[in-house]
Unconditional design. Structure first.
Lengths: 229, 394
């Protein structure tokens, strides 16, 4: 394991019970992601993309295999330790944004600080500036566009300054123009040294990433995107 | 921004459901507060009414002792008469401190209450009444000039209602001639306020009840002598001796029996409200599964989500009980009106007394019940697996 590897998965397998049937979502997958990489994860629906992200983000544990984040084995951590990891190391962006409709943009971005019992020392304003929402800070989600909602969700994922940003279909609910703008934002965040993992169906946008993982039938094909397409 | 603020804003998301839950808990809380207020108010009013009769023992003609006592308390027709000799027999008893005789008459006047009809309560008394009721003060005027004069002393409200001042004439339907208002009493907070007092002999003569009385009120030198005093008059024919302490106990006992039923209904209302809160929270949690997943993804612990849900239920129940208390404070007069038309005897004064203690007990009680009802939904929310919660809809 080199010093630059931030996420390392060794032989991970994930089995799900679906009715009477056992489904193998990931099959003995090995994966290393270096610090500062921007990785797109593509593949057909049900191929195991989201399962991989959930495991790498510490939201789920593998049936077998080990996952390391910055050298710490998160696959065997207890919920309490994983909560601390989520507060410091990982930011998660959802396709559906999951903004609280009664809170303003600023308040939504502040939520992680409340849970980690940290004060806002100006970082909310700074992050809103980064995502281009300074002038929308006091608007409710219902008063902004889909793209702005996703920017708010990205700001919320970045407020605690994590090293890894995981995004699950972040442009799935946006039109192509807004999707391109969100991808540009991810590039900009990546340029600031963050490791970014994005699950997407949008192959055009995925091409801009430094590395592409194609998942099929629970296996990773770490190949150039044009070949996978 | 704190967890409490998030909880508060979450409740605003589903306003109708939140308001309906608050209404349910608020009504249960209002019933509970009314009951506590009634329990306190009725007891206080009853004791005040009985104590302000001024005597501990009442001698009346034989019959139902409690009916007689309540008629003496609230006024009304139906009292039996006894001979005045009884007074002469007991007046020399050395155990007696003060004694007064009374003759109650009730006259129906169809012109009263804006021609809706009403009763005038006339109480024939002598000056010994003032010895038994030392708190009685004259607002204006004074006592009768003689035992047979055609004069009246009016209670505060009777004078207000009839719009009479000292020196005015007073008429009684069916009685020839007029009477002079010789005195008006200050407010006493008892049924005396609505009573028209006349000299005992005048009432006896006007209503052709010569040498008749409806009651003799007695205050003994020593309260512990009451049972012995009752016993000594047990064999006197045609009369009965009623201890006012027994009257208090019996009336209170009757009211408390009714209260047990109302309390049972209130308890059911509280249980229904608790299930309402649990149902609302469980529905809310089911709908917000992904939101809790988001919370966990940004570093919320199970404990923090647990507290968030408890804040929501506490806020709902606190708001509900405050509304419930306000409803009772505003509507206490209506509750009193319902009680007065429902109960055979309701004392004078406030029947529902809402004290700060009752309000504090109800607020903290509702918050406690809110926390109890929130525990199960909060546990369910806090134990949600993050991956289940954030699983994308596919």
């Amino acid at each position: 394991m080199t010093m630059n590897i931030i996420l390392n998965a060794i032989g991970i397998t994930k089995l799900y019970q679906r009715g009477a049937e056992m489904v193998k979502a990931l099959n003995n997958v090995d994966l290393s992601i270096e610090k500062g990489e921007m990785v797109s994860v593509v593949g057909p629906s049900g191929s195991g993309k989201s399962t991989l992200l959930n495991l790498l983000g510490g939201f789920d544990s593998p049936t077998s295999g080990r996952i390391y984040l910055k050298g710490l084995e998160i696959s065997r951590m207890k919920e309490k330790e994983l909560t601390m990891i989520r507060r410091k190391e990982i930011g998660y962006v959802f396709q559906q944004f999951h903004l609280l409709p009664t809170l303003t943009v600023r308040e939504n971005v502040t939520i992680p600080l409340i849970f980690s019992k940290k004060r806002d020392n100006g970082q909310v304003d700074r992050i809103l500036e980064v995502v281009g929402l300074s002038n929308r800070a006091n608007h409710l989600p219902s008063q902004i566009s889909g793209g702005e909602m996703q920017r708010t969700a990205i700001a919320r994922a970045l407020i605690h300054d994590p090293d890894v940003l995981i995004a699950d279909e972040p442009t799935g609910n946006l039109d192509s123009e807004m999707a391109a703008s969100i991808f540009n934002l991810f590039h900009s965040i990546n340029r600031q040294g963050k490791t970014v993992l994005i699950v997407t169906h949008n192959l055009e946008l995925a091409k801009g990433c430094s590395r592409h993982l194609h998942i099929k039938d629970g296996l990773i094909l770490d190949i150039p995107l044009k070949n996978s397409v | 921004m704190q967890l409490l603020k998030i909880a508060f804003k979450n409740l605003k998301r589903r306003r109708v459901r939140t308001l309906l839950t608050i209404a349910g808990v608020g009504i249960a809380s209002a019933v509970f507060v009314s009951l506590l207020g009634f329990q306190r108010g009725y007891k206080e009013a009853l004791f005040r009414d009985v104590d302000k009769m001024g005597y501990q023992v009442l001698i009346t003609a034989k019959g139902c002792p409690y009916e007689a006592a309540t008629i003496m308390l609230k006024g009304g027709a139906g009292l039996r008469y006894m001979e005045e000799d009884i007074y002469n027999k007991v007046v020399s008893d050395t155990r007696i401190d003060k004694i007064t005789s009374q003759l109650i008459q009730v006259v129906y006047d169809p012109d009263k209450n804006e021609s809706r009809g009403g009763y005038i309560m006339i109480l024939g008394v002598d000056k010994s009444m003032l010895d038994l009721k030392p708190w009685v003060r004259f607002k204006s005027g004074g006592w009768f000039s003689s035992d047979t004069s055609r004069e009246v002393v009016m209670g505060y409200e009777a004078a207000e209602l009839e719009q009479r001042l000292v020196g005015d004439k007073f008429f009684i339907r069916g009685i020839e001639g007029d009477f002079t208002v010789i005195g008006i009493l200050e407010r006493t907070g008892t049924h005396d306020d609505g009573t028209v007092f006349m000299p005992l002999h005048t009432v006896q003569s006007l209503f052709k009840l010569d040498k008749k009385l409806t009651g003799v009120g007695i205050k003994l030198k020593d309260v512990s002598m009451i049972p012995e005093f009752e016993e000594s008059l047990y064999n006197v024919p045609a009369i009965q001796v009623i201890s006012m302490a027994q009257v208090k106990g019996t009336i209170l006992g009757l009211v408390q029996s009714a209260q047990v039923m109302v309390t049972a209904v209130a308890a059911i209302a509280v249980i229904v409200a608790v299930f309402g809160v649990i149902n609302t929270l469980l529905m809310s949690i089911m709908e917000r599964t992904r939101e809790f997943g988001m919370f966990k993804s940004v570093g919320a612990s199970g404990g923090q989500i647990f507290i968030l849900i408890l804040y929501e239920t506490t806020l709902m129940c606190a708001a509900a009980t405050i509304c419930g208390n306000l409803i009772v404070l505003i509507g206490a007069k209506w509750v009193e009106w319902i009680i007065r038309i429902t109960l055979p005897y309701a004392p004078y004064g406030n029947l529902v007394v809402i004290t700060p203690e009752i309000m504090i007990v109800s607020i903290f009680g509702a918050i406690f019940i809110g926390i109890l009802s929130g525990i199960y939904p909060a546990l369910r929310a806090s134990r949600l697996s993050p991956v289940e919660a954030i699983r994308r809809e596919e």
